[in-house]
Design a protein around this ligand. Structure first.
Ligand code: F6P
Length: 362
């Protein structure tokens, strides 16, 4: 009987559990045993495995082990995750491959972000006897070759909810609020949430402005917004964590610079890890099922070194019109271009944002 392992790696993302659950069920109906790897790549190197399928009662078929169904609608990852510097070393990747072979496991599904999928690419290159397939999952949406990664939609819903809440209190006090959101080097969460939450401004790492320039623009925005005759009661500024200006310092300095305007205060809120948790949205659960289906199909079709991509302009089509199979090498190069700003996708996003920037501030 064929066996596949599954692991989650890097920052957890809502929808990871839904993807694992879908993969278990899809494998079981194909008669493939699923083995869960505990704790990401660390667990793989150390051979920390647990069965996720068992023989169906009295028959030759398979079914998920008991007690897992509830996980599909939960955030985080029930398998556990890790940042694993050890996996950067070829000898540790060789140990991981040896653990899979020893357990008679023919392939590995990696659910994670761009670092985890780069690790999957190296494992596939160095150990072509194993079938390695990636599923993109990261709230940052900074993975090349997929329009959406697991967790992005849920994270955006959480941020928008926070924006609505903070706007309630800001309007009551005539306040400007700088809200920092996660995203590592990517400004996607900040940009998308700013538009959806009708923020007044957004500060992105992809635009290389100095601290002085950022402060000057925000001071001008707040003065204009709270000028006599304006009926604005709150100014919401969303700042991506990748912008190398401390949010609390920015708020403090703006407050000092605006001391001459009566009754206007500036506050800072950092959402941090809160944005990573919570039940996955409909979109993330739907994405999890469809990306898992394409991943399990690729495994059964004997493919390796691929990732499943959502509405990607590159890659090869699958039976699902919205899902393509992307070479992991292409994911690596596309990700690099996204992060250094040379990707046409990122450039188009910024151009579009610049067109509506003045509208945001109205
Ligand atoms: O990659 C997801 C992410 O949440 C980033 O947005 C953030 O910069 C980072 O992980 C935080 O990492 P950690 O959980 O290790 O603090």
């Amino acid at each position: 009987m064929e066996k596949v392992a599954i692991l989650t790696s890097g920052g957890d993302a809502p929808g990871m559990n839904a993807a694992i659950w879908a993969a278990i069920k899809l494998a079981a109906v194909n008669g493939t045993q699923v083995v869960g790897v505990e704790g990401g790549y660390d667990g793989l190197i150390d051979g920390s495995f647990r069965p996720l399928t068992k023989s169906a009662d009295g028959g030759a078929g398979l079914r998920p082990v008991a007690g897992l169904a509830w996980t599909a609608g939960t955030g985080g990852t029930f398998l556990g995750s890790s940042r694993c510097p050890r996996f950067l070393e070829p000898k540790n990747r060789a140990n991981a491959a040896a653990q899979l072979r020893e357990a008679a496991i023919g392939g590995l599904i990696v659910i994670g972000g761009n670092g985890s999928l780069t690790g999957a690419h190296l494992l596939a290159l160095e150990h072509p006897d194993l079938r390695v397939i990636g599923v993109p999952a990261s709230i940052d949406n900074d993975i090349g070759g997929t329009l959406d990664a697991l967790g992005v939609d849920t994270a955006l819903n959480t941020i928008i909810d926070a924006c609505d809440r903070i706007s309630d209190t800001a309007r009551s006090h005539h306040r400007a609020v700088i809200l920092e959101v996660m995203g590592r080097r990517s400004g996607y969460l900040a940009m998308a949430s700013a538009v959806a939450a009708t923020a007044d401004a957004v500060i992105l790492p992809e635009e290389t402005r100095t601290e002085d320039e950022i402060r000057a623009r925000l001071e001008e925005l707040i003065r204009r917004s709270f000028a006599p005759g304006s009926d604005k009661r709150r100014v919401l500024i969303i700042k991506a964590e990748g912008v190398a200006v401390p949010t609390t310092r920015l708020a403090r300095q703006l407050q000092d610079q605006l001391a001459d305007i009566p009754n206007v205060t500036v506050r800072a809120t950092i959402l941090g890890h809160l944005v990573r948790g919570g039940h996955p949205s409909y979109h993330d659960r739907m994405l999890a099922g469809r990306l898992a289906l394409a991943a399990m199909t690729a495994f059964h079709d004997d493919h390796t070194d691929l990732m499943t991509g959502w509405n990607s302009p590159i890659g090869t089509p699958t039976a699902d019109a919205n899902v393509r199979l992307i070479e992991l090498a292409d994911m690596v190069s596309e990700t690099k271009a996204m992060l250094d700003g040379s990707s046409p996708i990122v450039q188009r996003r910024i151009q579009l944002l610049n067109k509506v920037r003045e509208v945001l501030a109205l």
